[in-house]
Design a protein. Sequence first.
Length: 278
Amino acid sequence: MKYGFVLPSGDARTAADMARAAEEAGWDAFFVWEPVWGVDAWVCLTAAAMVTERIRLGTMITPVSRMRPWKLASETATLDNLSGGRVILSVGLGATDTGFVQFGEVTDRKTRAELLDEGLEIMTGLWRGQPFAYDGKHYHVKPTEFMPPPPPVQQPRIPIWVVGAWNRPKSMARVLRYDGILPNVLTPEGDHRPVTAGDVREIAAYVRANRTEATPFDIVAEGETPGDDPGRAAGIVREWADAGATWWIEAHWPGLQDADGPARVWERLLQGPPMADR
């Protein structure tokens, strides 16, 4: 199992400082949130890339429906080259209560899903190089020879983790086309409920039975562990690893609302990853 840490808020300098500290503390990846309006995620990750050598870098998550796919393809490929091939792109529909309405972003779920699918097809096509053309419902791209950027270091593509609704067929079909799942479980009524290790076990079996892509595939679990109790922390993540999760993402989102939240996030990062094999 590998271990990532999410910075829930902070400027680019904070991101750089925390990414460097995360690398020194033994974390395998460092992620930042991508807001509709706020500190730019890709500037933060660029700053982090400049002061690190090993740790993977990514967003948690990027709502592709409100992005220009060619711009996102440029940003990710540029950062992948700068970092020596360390980018992970996590994508999903996004939470509409984070500013979508205020800034006129698309909120219809079906349309956002269509934009996500087309956006991913365009990005992966552009990463492969020119000539590339695309004719979709929402986007149309013609081949161009005007200053094409270098392809990403990682081939056949930058790893893409997709938020997947278990077990909804259309959502899972999207997941299987790419490189990992951030599980999201819905009840029969369409409500969200917490993901369990049992869900991850079912997802792992489904992926083994249905995925035809030859690239590696990750199952990502997310939560909090007590950094001051390594044994208990290891027990928490071990359950997920035994179920089939390949990544644990330490995410302290509630810290955003607390006055001492940033200090506690720093403290947890410096305590290092929970380590299932302890």
